[in-house]
Design a protein around this ligand. Structure first.
Ligand code: SAH
Length: 443
């Protein structure tokens, strides 16, 4: 594997830069896009207590601003819009009302997150375990109907599947589970979720992936990542006919950017010639491009990611060159030495973790896209992505247009895409839409 000896200017690890739906407004964003980090083996055997009757749920009043947010179809109420939550236990189910006590529905309460309330129903919830089981069954049915050509996909996407704080990814016969809120972390709830997943899908194993920062923000006691069902920690999965390793062994960060699955296939529709996959991680785009391109190079700053990428290439019997480098420096040098490509993919980590980062993020995206555009031969294809929620589609397209002008190139839009259908977007919950993937033809 060639080692690129450039200086590191922009330091951003994929694991630090990714975005969290549930913690979007909290300072340190968790990583919803990928990775299982596994520690010791743990098993939980906690009996499910009977669900309290409707009247047992504590009532929480929200301000008129909170009410209007809920009426606009959103499912969150921020702490500043909660009027009286004194003494409400962390992770409780609550009955939400307006200032006068008019019921607005049932929600999960967090005592520490800025997102204090996450609605789970407009109605009273007499049997919470039954609701959980139904929502899990609905999420599975939704994927069965809409997800094609893969045995790896997001099975449950938090608010977008009406299960706030729960993420479940399927990697063939292994399920990877992430819990992001106090309410879902409560032992009886966890147990119901795990046993329902096992009952409905019969996975070889279920692995819980814990992000210590999430537990800290939710003031939950530390817990190690690990197996919560079964013993299997490694498997292979296949998306769009391309095979990948999934290895959840202790200490190793693995997983995949499942949200790009449909974009890999779309990119391969247009890709040709000599291709460069920048920010390639474990080779998601590169491996798809290798089916249609003459020559493929993948670039990433993470050696462990490239090592898995190399194993993935071998699994698919493909020859791909992997370069460990800082992408900004490499693109600058390649552009200066007039390297030419027919296809360039850019899929950087989220540059804007908060609204405040927006301007510097757009500058970062522009620099990358400008250099990529300069390196593309006429008739070339640019596949350019952003997973920053705070950079919306129109600002991303505007940035791209400005990069094309500065590069003296014309970009025709072939496709303006988002995340795969297994990462559903709720129209009135804008935070559920975060991935942009633009495919353009360059002249
Ligand atoms: N395209 C990938 C996902 C990319 S995630 C896929 O489809 O699977 C972002 C990647 O950017 C991570 O692998 C991270 O290691 C890498 N990265 C972050 N900062 C970088 C930098 N400055 N130079 C090169 N790679 C970087």
């Amino acid at each position: 594997m060639p080692h690129y000896d450039g200086k590191v200017r922009l330091r951003a690890s994929g694991d630090d830069q990714n975005w969290s739906l549930s913690l979007l407004e909290d300072t340190s964003a968790a990583d919803l896009r990928t990775s299982a980090y596994l520690g010791s083996v743990r098993r939980y055997h906690v009996p499910m207590p009977p669900s309290p009757a409707r009247s047992d749920f504590p009532k929480v009043k929200v301000s008129p601003r909170g009410v209007s947010r809920l009426k606009s179809g959103h499912v969150w109420v921020y702490r500043s819009d909660v009027l009286d939550a004194d003494g409400i236990p962390p992770g409780s189910l609550i009955a939400v009302t307006d200032q006068r006590g008019k019921p607005l529905g049932t929600a999960l309460y967090s005592s520490s997150s800025q997102i204090a309330i996450r609605m789970i129903s407009h109605e009273p919830v007499p049997d919470f375990p039954a609701l959980l089981r139904r929502r899990i069954a609905d999420a599975i049915a939704y994927r069965e109907k809409l997800v094609r050509d893969t045995d790896a996909y997001r099975l449950i996407f938090s608010e977008a599947d009406f299960l706030p704080g729960l993420i479940v990814d399927r990697y063939n016969d292994i399920l990877s589970l992430q819990i992001l809120t106090q309410a879902i972390d409560a032992n009886p709830v966890r147990e119901t979720v795990i046993s329902e997943l096992v009952n409905q899908l019969s996975p070889a194993s279920v692995i819980e992936r814990v992000d210590p920062r999430v537990r800290e923000l939710e003031t939950l006691p530390p817990r190690a990542s690990g197996l919560v069902h079964g013993d299997k920690t490694a498997t292979t999965f296949t998306m769009n006919g391309v095979q990948f390793h999934f290895d959840a062994l202790e200490g190793q960060k693995t997983g995949a950017f499942l949200d790009q699955r449909e974009n890999y296939a779309a990119a391969a529709e247009y890709a040709h010639g000599k291709a460069l996959d920048v920010f390639c991680y474990q080779g998601g785009f590169a491996l798809h491009l290798a089916r249609v391109c003459d020559q493929v190079t993948g670039v990433d700053s993470s050696r462990p990611a490239l090592e898995v990428a190399d194993q993935n290439a071998a699994l698919n019997r493909r020859e791909i060159e992997w370069i460990e480098a800082n992408a900004f420096d490499l693109l600058k040098d390649y552009a200066a030495s007039s390297q030419q490509y027919d296809t360039v993919v850019l899929d950087p980590p989220a540059f804007a973790k908060t609204k405040r980062d927006l301007d510097s993020a757009l500058r970062g995206y522009k620099e990358l896209n400008l250099r990529a555009l300069k390196m593309l031969r006429p008739g070339g294809v640019l596949v350019t992505c952003s997973c920053s929620y705070h950079v919306n589609e129109s600002s991303f397209l505007e940035m791209l247009g400005s990069a094309a002008l500065d590069a003296h190139r014309t970009l025709r839009l072939l496709e303006v895409r988002g995340q795969g259908k297994d990462h559903p977007v709720l129209l009135n919950v804008p935070e559920t839409a975060y991935l942009k993937c633009v495919i353009g033809h360059v002249t």
